[in-house]
Design a protein around this ligand. Sequence first.
Ligand code: IMP
Ligand code: MG
Length: 178
Amino acid sequence: MHPDVDRIIVTKEEIAEKVSVLAGMISKDYENRNPLLISVLKGAFIFMADLLREVTIPCNVDFMAVSSYGKKSATTGAVKILKDLDCKVEGRHVIIVEDILDSGLTLRYIINYLAGGKPASVRVCTLLDKPSRRQADIRPDYTGFIVPDEFIVGYGLDYADRYRNLPYVGVLKREIYS
Ligand code: IMP
Ligand code: MG
């Protein structure tokens, strides 16, 4: 285990098993609908890559990159779009693929933004959910694991752009960020 990690909460094997279950559900629910999977960089890129390889139906993939507007975004979730989608979402069945759903403010902003493009439907698939921290009323349609209110890293999730490469999800030692 990495010395900065206090404990592992989801192992590499548990992630792989769950990713396969989620991809199975999506493949069944979206048969003949050619869904468009969208994730917001960078946190969800590993989950997206693994999920996609287990999806067995035709689908497309796109990415957005956003940055928050600093302090103000802590309450409104307003973000600046650094990289917009390449695809049009009009008439498409969109699945937002997230690493972790925390306050839900960023996702609420993105869902509203996508709605402007008139998609046929929008659902959310998140690997991790911290429901105790929710501020916006966002309920994921597909959830991997419910996690406690602690700072988590690994499998794409970072602290100061580090630890994304850990193959498991773990709690970062408090002394690293306090
Ligand atoms: P929200 O708008 O508060 O839901 O922010 C969600 C985003 O914050 C996620 O996509 C992550 O990038 C980041 N985030 C939230 N909680 C954690 C955590 O415990 N570790 C690492 N990143 C996190
Ligand atoms: Mg992040």
